[in-house]
Write a protein that binds this ligand. Structure first.
Ligand code: NAD
Length: 373
């Protein structure tokens, strides 16, 4: 059983799918691990450290030769996988709803593509969940980016020269990224408020010492979709939310938006008029910018200024902390494959609950119900 770890090629991607720590653990399971030279450099993991962990460091062709499992952070180019074993697994974040052509190509080439984003949200799979591990870091980094663009301080400071007042931060969307954004903004000393469509988040917001801002006017809204994710809200709810947020947003210095709905464009939460209502010098971070954006005017990969407000639209926020993001991502991959490791077979054998959830392609076909629906 050979596991190959390729150098990432996507623009701005600095993470790597295995660290020396996980390479060592795969070797301990009995796998041969090959790393493409330089794969970990951008995340501060040197080739030498992989070699010391028992992996082979090689060029791309030698890394891929007869590989049974190819690990990636993002999906590798299907055209660049020549030499891998027939039916090899590709285990990575495959962007299944956004990158359909690539997944069709994996199917056509006979690879078994396993999308880590489709890991079910069940207790035993928590340690395998790349969305959680990466969102947590993204929520943290979003606040740091906001703080560095903001021309004022976050905490209240009483100095001999006078008092600096605390920044007011508002977090919209309180999933994994939003919770970490709340905690980080609080640690920096901001006054924090937050909102979500899922009623269950109210208590979580309060437990972090922030103020919940919720739509009360529309009865019977829970906002809970399937698997702990949000669903699309009614027009009535959206109108009530927009009104509530309008009053609140005008008083904020920092807004972090993280709202996502799986398989759909991100909900639009902030209009240009609402941006214009904010004080000059305020900062917005749109963590949903690559899924269509929560904020009107946000541009993926750019910091734009609208009405004196800076709107940060960095892509791939987790990759801005490449060492930790890689460490957690690669542990997610290791936890996944090692949980299913069959000692007799010398390879992982997936069960139906998790296997059917993450498997996109097999035997030349798309096999995942979420892609066939
Ligand atoms: P996500 O990234 O899909 O969305 C981010 C947040 O945006 C969610 O809280 C969502 O409710 C919110 N949102 C969507 N539309 C909105 C709107 N119009 N206005 C305001 N907010 C909106 O969510 P996530 O971070 O993946 O987490 C979702 C839930 O799943 C959380 O409760 C999390 O704790 C849970 N979770 C469970 C597991 C597990 O059990 N294995 C793993 C990860 C997450």
């Amino acid at each position: 059983m050979k596991i190959a770890v390729l150098r990432e090629h996507a623009d701005g991607e600095r993470r790597v799918a295995a660290t020396p720590e996980t390479a060592r653990k795969f070797v301990a399971l009995g796998a041969a691990v090959a790393i493409e030279a330089g794969a970990g450099i951008a995340a501060s993991y040197a080739d030498r450290a992989y070699a010391e962990a028992g992996a082979t460091v090689a060029d791309r062709a030698a890394t891929l030769a007869d590989a049974d499992i190819i690990l990636g952070v993002q999906g590798p180019d299907p055209a660049g996988l020549a030499g891998a074993a027939q039916g090899a697994w590709i285990v990575a974040g495959l962007n299944p709803f956004g990158d359909r052509a690539r997944i069709d190509a994996y199917a056509a080439a006979g690879y078994e593509a396993l999308a880590m984003e489709f890991m079910p949200r069940i207790t035993r799979a928590q340690s395998m969940d790349i969305l959680s591990s990466q969102s947590n870091l993204a929520g943290y980094k979003a606040v740091l980016d906001a703080a560095s663009e903001y021309g004022r301080a976050f905490p209240m400071m009483m100095t001999a020269a006078g008092t600096v007042s605390a920044a007011k931060a508002f977090v919209m969307g309180v999933g994994v990224a939003g919770l970490q954004a709340i905690a980080t903004a609080r640690r920096l000393g901001a006054q924090v408020s937050a909102t979500d469509v899922r009623a269950a988040t109210r208590e979580q917001i309060q437990s972090l010492g922030a103020k919940p801002i919720f739509v009360e006017a529309v009865a019977g809204i829970e906002g809970e979709g399937t698997g702990g994710y949000a669903g699309e809200m009614s027009e009535e709810y959206k109108a009530a939310q927009a009104e509530l947020v309008s009053g609140h947003i005008a008083k904020q210095d920092i807004v972090i938006t993280t709202a996502l709905i799986p398989g759909r464009p991100a909900p639009r939460l902030i209009s240009d008029a609402q941006v214009a209502s904010m004080k000059p010098g305020s900062v917005i971070v749109d963590l949903a910018v690559e899924q269509g954006g929560n904020v009107e005017g946000a541009v993926a990969g750019e910091i734009v200024e609208r009405h004196g407000v800076r709107i940060i639209g960095h892509r791939n926020m987790a990759s801005r902390l490449p060492a930790d993001a890689s460490a957690l991502f690669s542990r997610n991959l290791y936890n996944f494959l090692s949980t299913f490791w069959d000692k007799d077979a010398g390879r992982p054998v997936l069960d139906a609950e998790i296997g059917d959830a993450v498997r996109l392609t097999r035997d030349g076909q798309i096999v995942n119900s979420r892609l066939l629906a």
